[in-house]
Design a protein around this ligand. Structure first.
Ligand SMILES: [Zn+2]
Length: 165
């Protein structure tokens, strides 16, 4: 028996074999057998998507930096309260939180969505616990709290957008 091998056309974008009957590449969706306009639209959309991902990455990076900062803030404020008020409980809590935030910041390189979301929820819990113990703490450093929360929320949103890709 003679074997006939037909050279299949390849997608010009991703080198996947495509058939002449289908307009779009099954792998990347490029309209290989479409007209110039369809190809141009594909490229424009791809460029936009790439920009969006880049933009999201920037926000994820800012959220990661925020997590590192929070580790530092919890550590320093724990130390500070220990020296001022001789409060060992706050020092221990501060050190534990600092370690958790260091781990979350590091983990956010692999799982940005889960890590930043955990950081956000934990921070909300810390704020809530402080308010329960001492209601006036809600407004203490309110601007800083809002800045931290906004960086984390943007990071969570951007990470969820990028993980859909
Ligand atoms: Zn393709």
């Amino acid at each position: 028996m003679e074997e006939i091998t037909i050279q299949q056309p390849l997608c010009s974008q991703c080198n996947t074999e495509i058939t002449l009957e289908t307009k779009f590449c099954t792998n990347c969706g490029f309209p290989e057998n479409g007209d110039e306009k369809e190809k141009a639209i594909y490229h424009a959309k791809k460029a936009m998507k790439k920009n969006q991902i880049k933009d999201n990455d920037k926000k994820i990076n800012s959220a990661r930096t925020t997590l590192y900062w929070m580790a530092g803030i919890f550590f320093v404020s724990g130390l500070f309260l220990f020296f001022i008020l001789d409060d060992i409980g706050t020092l221990i809590a501060g050190v534990i939180l600092a370690v958790i935030y260091l781990v979350l910041a590091y983990w956010s390189q692999k799982k940005p969505f889960a890590a930043i979301l955990s950081g956000l929820l934990l921070y909300l819990m810390v704020i809530a616990l402080n308010v329960i113990m001492e209601p006036t703490t809600l407004f203490k450093g309110i601007i800083m709290k809002i800045i931290i929360l906004s960086f984390l929320i943007k990071g969570v949103y951007s990470a969820s957008q990028n993980s859909k890709e």
